[in-house]
Write a protein that binds this ligand. Structure first.
Ligand SMILES: Cc1ncc(COP(=O)(O)O)c(C=O)c1O
Length: 391
């Protein structure tokens, strides 16, 4: 069909590059550091199967329509759980979403008219860029250093561009693995009150920390009530269940609820109850600790492998999450390297697509959670071969 027949918001829009690369990596003999997938052996399948059976046997209302805001006991659990990162919320401030990804879509749906500005990190989460583009947003960017987003730059971009929204992933960021320092979180929380902007604090990785130290959310410093805080059970229980949450100022949350009524009416009841029961039975914290221990070992293995690559390659040292960010020597185009790497049966994501205004051709994102330790080592020997072949 001719592109002109499609709505302007999706015209000439390509699919998510990561999803395209993931298709390519589906061959069984390829070792993939590409996706953001949890380790398949981390899923608590038996516990969830038991919970699902009990719930379906005892409560038929789970099979009925539910409320758009979400399953009440789960909203209460979340309101209590986020105290761990200093967020004070009541159950009615929490909305359950079909993954935190849906939160990004719903806030954009609620707030953005075509052409309006959003500030994002450079680089930032690719799917957020894609969602925002479908609302015909225009972008301004702010840069990071090792301690996260540069706060002075953030404030001057906000003052100059007057964006409706700013989008940050402050903890174990996707794609860089970088974490925003507590001092900067406080500065951002206080700075917001001087501007008319809503900050999306997207935090799907914060609980997946390898040091055991939970950092306060930026929202814990949000005295002017300008932050929408999003969380998710995807990386700590299962992404396939599609359960996340949004905590936002009441008028904004109400608009997001109206938006969700049109999108999917409500998040799957069975998924919500499964997540709730998993948490209520005290299984969540030991499970997170178990998963974090495994990922932390894999991270260490990947860092050892990185240290064996030729000189001139730099990488971040995250303390949690799923990703390491690498910078290759300037003459190496990570997209071209990927072509060679796939022939050698290893894959990663070239970093370029995480930069909304372009750049980053010599960068790449590496996922350390999904492959086994043995495959991480094997994958890196293949990557070293691909680098040697690169001309
Ligand atoms: C920064 C960020 N936000 C949101 C999501 C989406 O997570 P969910 O499965 O909760 O929709 C991801 C998933 O990779 C992510 O990296």
């Amino acid at each position: 069909m001719n592109e002109q027949r499609f709505a302007r918001r999706l015209r000439n829009m390509q699919g998510n590059v990561i999803r395209e690369i993931l298709k390519l990596t589906q061959q069984p003999d390829i070792i993939s550091f590409a996706g953001g997938l949890p380790a398949p052996d981390s899923f608590p399948a038996e516990e969830l199967a038991e919970i699902a059976r009990e719930v379906l046997q005892n409560d038929r209302s789970i099979l009925q329509y539910g409320t758009t805001e979400g399953y009440g006991p789960l909203r209460e659990f979340v309101a209590d759980w986020v105290k761990g990162v200093g967020v004070s919320a009541k159950a009615e401030d929490v909305m359950i979403t079909s993954g935190s990804q849906q939160g990004i879509d719903l806030i954009a749906k609620a707030m953005l008219d075509p052409g309006e500005k959003v500030v994002v990190e450079s680089p930032t989460y690719l799917a957020a860029i894609q969602i925002l583009r479908t609302y015909e947003t225009s972008f301004a960017v702010v840069h990071n250093d090792h301690a996260g987003v540069l706060v002075d730059e953030l404030e001057s971009v906000i003052a100059k561009e007057k964006p409706k929204l700013a989008y940050l992933v402050p903890t174990f960021q996707n794609p860089t693995g970088i974490t925003l320092s507590v001092a900067r979180r406080k500065i951002i929380g206080e700075m917001l009150g001087r501007h008319e902007v809503i900050l999306i604090e997207d935090d799907p990785y914060g609980r997946l920390n390898f040091t055991g130290e939970l950092l306060p959310a930026i929202k814990s410093f949000d005295e002017s009530h300008q932050i929408a805080y999003f969380g998710s059970f995807s990386k700590i229980i299962s992404p396939g269940l599609r359960v996340g949450f949004a905590i936002a100022p009441a008028p904004l949350l109400r608009k997001m609820v109206i938006g969700k009524q049109g999108t999917d009416i409500h998040t799957c009841n069975l998924s919500q109850v499964m997540v709730y029961e998993f948490c209520r039975r005290g299984l969540l914290e030991p499970h997170i600790a178990h998963v974090a221990r495994g990922y932390s070992r894999k991270l260490k293995v990947m860092q050892e492998c990185l240290a064996l690559l030729p000189e001139g390659i730099k990488w971040t040292v995250p303390e949690g999450g799923l990703f390491i960010w690498g910078e290759l020597p300037p003459h190496i185009d990570a997209g071209k390297l990927l072509e060679i790497a796939v022939r050698e049966k290893v894959a990663f994501i070239p970093g370029e697509s995480f930069f909304v205004l372009g750049g980053g051709k010599n960068t790449l994102r590496l996922n350390f959670s999904n492959a086994t330790e043995e495959n991480i080592r094997l994958g890196f020997s293949r990557l070293a071969k691909a680098l040697a072949e690169y001309k």
